[in-house]
Design a protein around this ligand. Structure first.
Ligand code: NAP
Length: 249
């Protein structure tokens, strides 16, 4: 059975890998990101591999944009029953230097974005009597220097996920969170830039602290998302899976 999935922030990084993986699993995939043109590479990778994908430009933090995007996906790809809330940004700073804009921007994309997307998609899931929601948390939810905003948002994602699991379970909808550790993407590259460290050195330094002695890659997260979105995972809900190469950050 072909289902329709929406992956937010899927132009690159973890979102792109997850979109490709869900397409390989047999789903039609809406590749959603801020700029529709930036989604082209992910869409091409999916269609070149024989899958079905649609590029959708939308801002997950904006209610009207989200409503428009979900309606377009339903019309052009099919009613979405799988949602991966992956879009994210960082605005790192120590607390005394963190601006209100740094705080609001991070809350808006992660928390408000996941709320708006989930609210729009649940209508289709409830109607279908089946659904999967996967939210991207982070090991930073446990606390991370310079990330008061991001850590709060990523801890919030966990409470949000557990509540969706409780409310939507009766409609055949599961909700789970993935909390990645250090994953090699543009996001971690920008952290290396901010610290004035070369990206390769930054990766090597972080890998040393990780029990499996390597950094994570987007496909590591996509594999976990694939499991949560599968039929077989129907009895797994409200969970937070740390995908971090070890038991803690
Ligand atoms: P990334 O490479 O920076 O990609 C994030 C994507 O989200 C970008 O394409 C970005 O678009 C998009 N985006 C940002 N704001 C958006 C909005 N308002 N509406 C729609 N799309 C938006 O990040 P990543 O490393 O793949 O991270 C993906 C998720 O995993 C995030 O939630 C992140 O917090 C989480 N995570 C990452 C790591 C890690 O080590 N990388 C660890 C733990 C958790 P633009 O390029 O146009 O800004």
């Amino acid at each position: 059975m072909t289902r329709t999935a929406i992956v937010t922030g899927a132009a690159r990084g973890i979102g792109a890998a997850t979109a490709r993986r869900l397409a390989a699993d047999g789903n039609a995939v809406a590749v959603l990101d801020l700029d529709e043109a930036q989604c082209a590479d992910t869409v091409r990778a999916i269609t070149d591999a024989g899958g079905r994908a649609l590029a959708v430009g939308a801002n997950v933090a904006d209610a009207a944009s989200v409503e428009r995007a979900v309606a377009r996906v339903a019309e052009e790809l099919g009613a979405p029953t799988i949602l991966v809330n992956n879009a994210g940004i960082i605005r790192d700073n120590l607390l005394f230097k963190m601006t209100e804009d740094d705080w609001d921007a991070v809350m808006n994309v992660h928390l408000r974005g996941a709320f708006l997307m989930s609210r729009a998609v649940q209508e289709h899931q409830v109607k279908a009597g089946w659904g999967r929601i996967v939210n991207l948390s982070s090991t930073s939810a446990l606390g991370n220097r310079g990330q008061a905003n991001y850590a709060a948002a990523k801890a919030g994602m966990q409470g949000f996920t557990k509540t969706l699991a409780i409310e939507l379970g009766r409609y055949g909808v599961t909700a789970n969170a993935i909390a990645p550790g250090f994953i090699v993407t543009d996001m971690t590259r920008s952290t290396a830039d901010r610290l004035g460290v070369g990206f390769d050195d930054f990766i090597a330094h972080n890998a040393k602290e990780i029990p499996v002695q390597r950094a994570g890659y987007p496909d590591d997260i996509a594999a976990a998302a694939s499991f949560f979105c599968s039929d077989e995972a129907g009895f797994v809900s409200g969970q937070v899976l740390y995908v971090a190469g070890g038991p803690r950050a």
